[in-house]
Structure formats: structure tokens, C-alpha cells
Design a protein around this ligand. Structure first.
Ligand code: IPT
Length: 988
């Protein structure tokens, strides 16, 4: 309907939205060309501007920018540390909120998708700091360098605008005249900008100047940029060095006697660089500037694709990798060099040899450390547009020419900054940005600038533009098919041929969220079998939990939703191999074992051990081997093992000593353990650090004791009033409940098939189906209690409200006088088709004074059917508290699998209970119930009850990695079927 012209209201436009300066597609203005970080290493002066800056936070982007004026009075502003993210600042009570709050979303954008606009509510940090340029700099230039600012920033010096930049995890330089005297630097940072559409990585949003800021003096003729080309020819053993430099200069490498002009190349015998042998040569680059020489770290190595494999220095390499985000619980992405180094030491000590920089270039110091310590690095562009997937990829920047310049800019700044690192062997264009022509533009540019490294971008699944075939979270059997070059064909014949002859790795796999990841060993077997499948990168290194404090002072790790986010992705941000405090999780220990560089298998009959060197380059000369023989968990003899030289990829056989044990010792389970440890201290671990180990049964091995099904039944039950006793067991006659074992009160013994769902089960796994089937709320009705054949029988029907299916459970108790044997027979009744269960066992409650567990079985850490490689068979001793694994989101944890026997005692060693397996059981000991654990959402929700709960399980399901990827493999899934198991209980 239109109104007649005469009564048209006159319009006074009060506001029309035009894109604001931070809502443009342009990535930067007024900045210097990108260059190698190593170009800054010259001996010329540099001033760090890190420190306390004046700071003011506005909740909108349009606060007046008069604060940039040199004479602006900011005396009433706050002080904020640079580098840091303003949202992570806490008050003296540990509370957040002074400068807004962190927020976590994985894929979803936290604002309406409306390219290139962002909300009016746009936290904006204004910063001011004074600096002084010394007299001695006059005649040269000064460069203001920002290593990382999230997400858009504009810079003024003395009130004059210099320009702006985006690309949060990339450096920006502004060149200014080196005018001696005092100056004022003013910076405005918007949290949200058009560039935020390119930075949808799965992590906390952490705005601010979060990496270093420096002022660099550049004398005339100082190195602007340089590119070190150092290749290695494995057929001749020679390396070729050429250093391009602007301006031209001279290169010396004293150790090699090299003295060449820049642009000139020299070929000579060298030791190559690899992640296993990180040989760096020190060089010097001199461009004839007084007082400025540039140190070079040169590593000779050549990366090629050949035979559908990535080869370094002529050899196929196997990536035993991890995805690394930058994270520290109190500092966010402002990670210190100490932490970076600590991480690298932890990685190396856990046999990890590769890092994917997910999903942005790391702080430059990290790559220096990778060069020095030896890690293969996939350096990745600061680029992810995953949130567009939820809008069916409409307006995805990846395929939009308006964004080509911004995306190229990001790629160029990564490659230019990091091109001189031998550790960087693959360029990755970014992560989860869908597909589009800008990927082609980025790949073309990389190829034209640096043809020495292959290009990766996982979403280019057809390999239109990139060189490496890669997936995330693919199932084992699909990876195996790729190993065999039998993947399903692409419709385009030429692309199919290219892809089928390309190398493959999993840029992400084994989602390490909570308890898990399960199935690592099976992946590794595939990687080791097929040359094309060159390993993968576990997702991810660290749980990004932020410490939050309760009113009572207790701290816990917070995750998405804990800061009142309107939309969020809960604890999906906690999916690392180390906990937020960097303590290794059981997943890391499992990974260490699975990827160990030495395979150790033995055969007691022939007295031999086979040692397989799984390194790609290194010999085993850095390791020393030892053996031990133990019986029932007691080491009876040990010594060193002589192992001949074993070249990379080869195997050798070593002889075990011939040991005859006296018959008195040779009873019980005998096991050989062979260990490979560092023979010398390294940068990451001391001499004796265990690298690999293997175990195998001794010749005389035999299970013994009560834990067999042949124990004679001797003690007769006595029925007296309302009590039945059998051996040490006292039962209530009315319902057959065990009430005491000797003097030890016991309560609430019953079948349990429930466990507090793991993250893998809650996200993508079976938890919802289990709850629907009522496995978490089973009722136990006693059907019958009777004494027969020296046994007490208790038959129960275990079933859930609203369901007619049940587990008929019969407990049969008997005794040989000292021990009390429990046999549990479970028969599923009714329709259980399609229903799996998480575990099957009994739980019992004991007095809370029990505190310490000693057991014989794998350990000391937890283990589930698909995560039990790291457990070493032996006798272990832990407190109940130390048996808990405090996953950030509470869930099933702490089970010790395949336990032969266990003793639970008070903290002073006073009496308790011994459990013998028939032949073994899984043991969990806790101060809370399964239901408590299930209900808890943060570690501080769990408070000890006045009981200790023991789970004695016949079986646990595997944990898999279904939070992102495959669930447990078929052999690790439990389906109800008629089953029986036994344990023997004895008072201590
Ligand atoms: C994949 C992402 O690349 C990674 O950043 C992280 O989010 C991970 O998932 C889950 O934790 S994308 C996924 C949809 C396969």
C-alpha cells in the first residue's frame, strides 16, 4: 500500500549504517611489507614496549578517538599489562568482569552473520604508552612492531594516525622516523571487526594486544628481509646454502668454512636437520651496516613429495603429532616463552615429533624452539570461517573475491615471517573455511614464493589446489583404505589420479576430550603399515579451562557457558592431552606408549627380545636398554641389555639373560620388562628418561591363589535369626545383603551397568541412548534368597522404570573359610536388541577410613579397553584420592583394568579388604557414587561422602573418540548377553 503523495511524512534520517572503518574488507593500511622474523635479530637496538599501558575500555566502537592526541590527559585511565587480553583480568578476589568476560563458541559466530558488519556492542580498548627514541638512532628508522593484536587495531604516534591492521595472530610493522625524544603511542583495538569473520577458530574470544610490542632501530643498510635456502641432497650427503637478502650482503658459516655473498650458493658436505637430529649451523649475515650483524640458524633439509609420500632428506617421515593452540589458563594466548619451552619439552618427552599450529601462526619464539629441539611443524594461516557452514556457506569469504586480498595478506604474512625455519615443513593455508577460489589464490602465491614446502588445506578434499590429502577424524577402516590407495574415486579423473598419488595424514584425529582418546593403537598400526598414511595430529594439546573461583575460595576450571554467554559450546574447549595446568592426562601417557620410537617384543621361550627402531633417521645410540624380571609384581632380578646398532627402520635381536629362579620364587605371574631410556641428558629430559618399554610373560608364569575358579568350597553357611554367615561374610537373611566382611562393614553391594558418561559418550556417543534405556536409574528387586550346596544365593531383577526388559542377576556367595567368593550371573530378559551398556560389575560401599589401594595389574594410571597400552603390569600403590583423574568436566575415570588382586586399607595401613580376581577385574575406588559423578559438571561439585565406593567390574566398554570422530571400535562395545564373573573378598 502506498500513501497519496500529499500525506507522505517527511523523513529526517537520524542514522544509516555505513560500514565503519573496522568493517571493511581491507586487511591493513599504512604498514610495512612483511618479512622474516629472523630479520629482527640484528644486533641493533630494540626496545620492548611490553609493560603497563594506560587503558580504557568502551562497550561500543564509536567512542571519540581524541585520546590519541599527544597531550591527551589519560591520568584517570586504568593500567593494563601489555601483552594480555583485557577479558582475562581478575580482581583481587579472583573474579572476572572488570573488562568484560571471555566467551567460548566453537563453530557458531557469537554475533549475527552479516558480512562485513559486526554489532554496535563492540568492546573497544584504547591504549596509551610513552616511549623515547634515543639520540643514537637518528639517521636511521624506527619500526613499531606488534606481534599480535585481536582483532582490529589502529595506531597513532604523537596524535598522527599511522594506519590499521587485522590478522590477530600475525605481525604488523609501522615505520616511523627515528626522531630522538619522547613520544606517545596510542592504539585503539576493537574486539569485533570484519576480520572476525576470518577468525572463527574453536577457542575463547580473547581481545587485546596479546603478543609483544617492540620498537626496533633500523640503521641504514640494515637487513630488511632475508630468505635462507638450505637444502640437503641425501644421495650426496651435501647441503646447498643460498641466502637472499635485501639489501645485499655477506654470509659466513664459520663451522663450515662458508664465506659467500648473498644470492650466491655453495654446496658442501653437511649434517642434515631433522626433527630427530635437529642439527643447526650458526651463521652470520652482514650487510655492511656498522654495528649490525644478523645471526642465522641454518638447518639443511629438503622436503619433497614422491611415491605418494612426504619425504624429508629422501625418507618417508611419520608424523606423531599434536595440534597446538596457544593457551595458558591465566594468560590465555599470551603464552610465555617458558611455557612454550615447557610444552616442547613435554611433547618431546612423550615421543611427539610434530606440531600443527592450529589454527594460526604461533608466537615466533615457538618456532625457534622447534628448530632447536626438533619438531616437524605444519605452520597454519590465521584463517577459519567455520561459522558460515551453519549458514550453508552463504557469503563464505573463502569463495568471495571481496576477501581475496585479506586472505592473501594473511598467507603472505605467515610465509614471510616464518620462511627461515627448518622445522616448518608444511604450509597450511588455514582451517575449516569450506572451499573456494581464494584457496587457489593463496596456494598459487605460496608456490610462487616458496616452492620448497608442500601445501596443506584439509577442506580442499579434491586437491584442486594443495599437495597433501588430509582429513579430520576419519574412521580407522577409511584410513586403512587410503593407505592402500583404495579410497573412493573422485568424479574428476585427473584430480582422482593426482589425489591417489598424494601423501596422506590426519590433520586432526583422536579428539582428546575428557576420558580418551580410545583407538590410538589401531590408528598407529595403520600408519606404520602403509607408507602413504603418514600419521596424524591428535586434537589437541591442552584443555583451555579458565580458572574461576567459588565464593568459598575453591577454584575450578571454567568452560563455555560459565561466563553467561548467550550461545556457547560448553566444555568442547577442553579437549587436550594435558590438563589446563599442563599435567599430562592419561591420554598423553597412552599416546606416548603408542607412538614410542622403539618397538620392544620378546619371547621368554627363546630368550630373545626384538628391538625395532621406529625412528625415521636416528639410530638407537642415544638409548640404553635394561631388563627386569618380576614375579607377582616384585622385581627379582634386573640388569642392562646389550642391544646391537640398529639403523632407523631396522630391527635387531638381543638375548635375555638365562635366569633360573628357585622354585620358591617362581610362583605367580612372571613378567619380563625391557626398557629403552635416554643414555645421556637431552634438552627435554635427563638421562634415564624412559622412552619405550615392552613386557612379555616369563616362562613359568601362572596365576595363583584364591583367584581361580578351582578353590575348594569348604565353609558351610550358618543361618541364625535374621543373619546368614559364610566364612568371613555376614548377610541379612531377609534380602541376602552383605553387611560385613569380618569386622569391616559393607553396604549396598549391587550390580551396576552405568558409568558417568565420558565427554565422548555425551557428545556423539551413546550416553543419550543409555539414559533413554534407563541404565542410569535401575531398580533392584530381590526375587529370592536361599541357601543351597554351601552357597547363599540372592536372585534379583534389575530393571528401569517404564521398561519391561531386565537383567536377572544372581549373586552366589561361598567360602573356603578365609575368603568369601562372589559369583555374579547376569541374564538379560526381554528385548535388549540394539542396546549397549557402558560397563558391567558390582559396586559396594565401605567405611570412609579406607584410603589406600595396592594392586597387582597394569598401572599406575587408569585404563579402558581401548586406552590401556600405557599400563605396566606390576604392583602399584596409590591413595584413593590419587586414583581419580580430575577431568575438567567430571566423568567416568580412574578404572584400573585387568587387576589380579587389590588391597584396600586405611591410611596408616590398617586393615581393610583384599579382592582377588578370577582371574582379573577392573577396579575403581571413589569417595562418591556413580550418580554423584554423573551429576557433577565441574570438579568442585564433587564432595567426598562418608563412604568409599569400590567398583569391581567384569567389563568396561571402550571410550573411543565420538565427541569428534569414531566411537569405540566394534571389539570394544559391550552388548548384554548371559554372563558370569567372580571375585574373592577377604578381610585384612
Ligand atoms: C575441528 C576443528 O578443526 C577444530 O578446530 C576443533 O574445533 C575440532 O573440530 C573439535 O574440537 S572441526 C570438526 C567439525 C570436525
Amino acid at each position: 500500500m502506498s500513501l497519496p503523495p500529499t500525506i507522505l511524512p517527511s523523513i529526517t534520517a537520524l542514522h544509516t549504517h555505513h560500514p565503519r572503518e573496522h568493517e571493511t574488507f581491507a586487511p591493513q593500511a599504512g604498514v610495512a611489507a612483511p618479512r622474516a622474523f629472523s630479520s629482527l635479530r640484528g644486533s641493533s637496538a630494540a626496545l620492548s614496549l611490553n609493560g603497563d599501558w594506560a587503558f580504557r575500555l568502551s562497550d561500543r566502537a564509536d567512542a571519540p578517538d581524541d585520546f590519541a592526541a599527544a597531550d591527551y590527559d589519560a591520568s584517570n585511565w586504568d593500567t593494563l599489562a601489555v601483552p594480555s587480553s583485557w577479558v582475562l583480568h581478575r580482581d583481587e578476589h579472583g573474579q572476572y568482569g572488570r573488562y568484560g568476560l571471555p566467551a567460548y563458541q566453537n563453530i557458531k559466530f557469537p554475533f549475527p552473520v552479516d558480512v562485513p558488519c559486526v554489532p554496535d556492542a563492540n568492546p573497544t580498548g584504547d591504549y596509551r604508552v610513552a616511549f623515547e627514541i634515543p639520540e643514537s638512532w637518528s639517521g636511521g628508522k624506527a619500526v613499531l612492531r606488534f606481534e599480535g593484536v585481536e582483532s582490529w587495531f589502529k595506531v597513532w604516534v604523537d596524535g598522527a594516525p599511522l594506519g590499521f591492521s587485522t590478522g590477530s595472530r600475525l605481525p604488523t610493522e609501522f615505520v616511523i622516523p627515528a626522531t630522538a625524544g619522547k613520544h606517545t603511542l596510542a592504539v585503539r583495538v576493537h574486539q569485533w571487526s570484519a576480520a572476525s569473520y576470518l577468525e572463527d577458530q574453536d577457542q575463547w574470544w580473547l581481545p587485546g594486544i596479546f603478543r609483544d610490542v617492540a620498537l626496533l632501530y633500523r640503521p641504514p643498510r640494515a637487513v630488511v628481509d632475508h630468505f635462507v635456502h638450505a637444502s640437503y641432497d641425501h644421495t650426496t650427503g651435501k647441503g646447498t646454502l643460498k641466502v637472499d637478502c635485501e639489501p645485499a650482503g655477506h654470509v659466513t658459516v664459520p663451522e663450515l668454512g662458508v664465506d659467500i655473498a648473498t644470492g650466491e650458493s655453495v654446496t658442501l658436505a653437511v649434517a642434515p636437520w631433522s626433527a630427530e637430529t635437529p642439527r643447526l649451523y650458526d651463521g652470520l649475515l652482514d650487510t655492511g651496516t656498522s654495528g649490525e650483524t644478523l645471526p642465522l640458524k641454518i638447518g639443511f633439509r629438503t622436503v619433497v613429495i614422491e611415491d605418494a609420500q612426504i619425504k624429508v632428506n629422501g625418507k618417508r617421515v611419520l608424523f606423531k603429532g599434536v595440534n597446538r593452540h596457544e593457551f595458558e589458563p591465566t594468560r590465555g594466548r599470551s603464552v610465555t616463552r617458558e611455557t612454550m619451552e615447557h610444552d616442547i619439552q613435554l611433547m618431546k618427552a612423550h615421543n611427539i615429533n610434530a606440531v600443527r599450529c592450529s589454527h594460526y601462526p604461533p608466537h615466533p619464539a615457538f618456532l625457534d624452539l622447534c628448530d632447536a629441539y626438533g619438531l616437524w611443524v605444519v605452520d597454519e594461516g590465521d584463517f577459519e570461517t567455520h561459522g558460515f557452514e551453519l549458514c550453508r556457506w552463504r557469503d563464505n569469504p573463502t569463495d568471495d573475491p571481496r576477501w581475496t586480498a585479506a586472505l592473501l595478506n594473511r598467507t603472505q604474512r605467515m610465509v614471510e615471517r616464518d620462511k627461515n625455519h627448518p622445522a616448518v615443513v608444511v604450509w597450511s593455508l588455514g582451517n575449516e573455511g569450506g572451499m573456494g577460489r581464494n584457496i587457489g589464490a593463496m596456494a598459487d602465491w605460496v608456490r610462487s614464493r616458496d616452492s620448497s614446502r608442500p601445501i596443506h588445506y584439509e577442506r580442499d578434499l579434491e586437491l584442486r589446489y594443495v599437495d597433501i590429502f588430509s582429513h579430520m577424524y576419519l574412521f580407522h577402516h577409511q584410513v586403512e583404505a587410503i593407505g592402500q590407495q583404495k579410497e573412493p574415486a573422485l568424479p574428476d579423473v585427473a584430480l582422482d589420479a593426482k589425489r591417489r598419488n598424494s601423501p596422506y595424514f590426519l590433520c586432526e584425529y583422536a579428539h582428546a576430550m575428557g576420558n580418551g582418546p580410545g583407538g590410538l593403537a589401531e590408528y598407529q598400526a595403520i600408519f606404520e603399515k602403509y607408507p602413504r598414511t603418514q600419521g596424524g595430529f591428535v586434537w589437541e594439546w591442552i584443555d583451555h579451562g579458565l580458572p574461576k573461583r567459588l565464593p568459598d575460595g575453591r577454584e575450578y576450571y571454567a568452560y563455555g557457558g560459565d561466563f553467561g554467554e548467550e550461545i556457547h559450546d560448553s566444555n568442547f574447549v577442553c579437549d587436550g592431552l594435558v590438563f589446563p595446568d599442563r599435567k599430562p592426562s592419561p591420554g598423553l601417557l597412552e599416546y606416548k606408549k603408542v607412538i614410542a620410537p622403539v618397538g620392544i617384543t620378546g619371547d621368554a621361550k627363546s630368550g630373545t627380545v626384538t628391538i625395532k627402531n621406529k625412528y625415521d633417521f636416528a639410530s638407537l645410540s642415544g638409548l640404553e636398554f635394561s631388563w627386569s624380571l618380576s614375579v607377582g609384581g616384585q622385581v627379582v632380578e634386573s640388569g642392562t641389555l646389550a642391544v646391537p646398532e640398529v639403523a632407523a627402520g631396522a630391527s635387531a635381536t638381543a638375548r635375555l639373560p638365562d635366569i633360573t629362579l628357585p622354585p620358591s620364587l617362581a610362583i605367580g605371574e612372571g613378567v619380563w620388562t625391557v626398557t629403552a631410556a635416554l643414555a645421556k641428558p637431552t634438552r627435554y629430559a635427563g638421562r634415564g628418561h624412559e622412552v619405550a618399554w615392552g613386557q612379555f610373560p616369563a616362562r613359568f608364569t601362572a596365576p595363583t591363589g584364591l583367584g581361580t575358579d578351582h578353590t575348594p568350597v569348604v565353609a558351610q553357611p550358618t543361618v541364625k535369626a535374621d543373619t546368614v554367615t559364610i566364612g568371613p561374610g555376614t548377610f541379612r537373611a531377609s534380602d541376602g545383603a552383605l553387611v560385613a566382611l569380618g569386622d569391616l562393614p559393607v553396604s549396598d553391594l549391587h550390580l551396576e551397568v552405568w558409568r558417568a558418561p565420558t565427554d565422548n559418550e555425551r557428545f556423539g556417543g551413546d550416553a543419550a541412548r543409555w539414559r533413554a534405556a534407563g541404565l542410569d536409574r535401575l531398580h533392584h528387586r530381590t526375587d529370592a534368597v536361599w541357601v543351597q550346596d554351601a552357597c547363599l544365593f540372592v536372585r534379583t531383577r534389575v530393571s528401569a522404570a517404564a521398561h519391561d526388559r531386565a537383567l536377572q542377576t544372581t549373586y552366589r556367595w561361598s567360602s573356603d573359610g578365609s575368603g568369601l567368593r562372589l559369583n555374579v550371573a547376569v541374564v538379560p530378559k526381554g528385548d535388549w536388541a540394539g542396546i549397549t551398556i557402558p560397563r558391567l560389575g558390582v559396586v559396594l560401599a565401605l567405611p570412609s577410613r579406607l584410603a589406600q589401594v595396592r594392586w597387582f595389574g597394569p598401572g599406575p594410571g587408569e585404563g579402558y579397553p581401548d586406552t590401556k597400552g600405557a599400563g605396566k603390569l606390576g604392583a602399584h600403590d596409590l591413595s584413593i584420592d590419587d586414583m581419580q583423574t580430575a577431568y575438567v568436566y567430571p566423568q567416568e575415570n580412574g578404572a584400573r583394568p585387568d587387576v589380579r588382586w587389590a588391597e584396600v586399607r586405611g591410611c596408616e595401613g590398617e586393615g581393610g579388604l583384599r579382592i582377588d580376581g578370577v582371574p582379573s577385574f577392573a577396579l575403581t575406588a571413589r569417595r562418591w557414587t556413580t550418580a554423584d559423578l554423573d551429576k557433577a559438571t565441574h570438579a568442585t561439585d564433587l564432595t567426598p561422602r562418608d563412604k568409599v565406593y569400590l567398583n569391581l567390574d567384569k567389563a568396561h566398554a571402550g571410550v573411543g573418540t565420538a565427541s569428534c570422530g569414531p566411537g569405540p571400535l566394534p571389539q570394544y562395545i559391550l552388548r548384554p548377553c548371559p554372563t558370569e564373573f567372580s571375585v574373592v573378598l577377604r578381610p585384612l
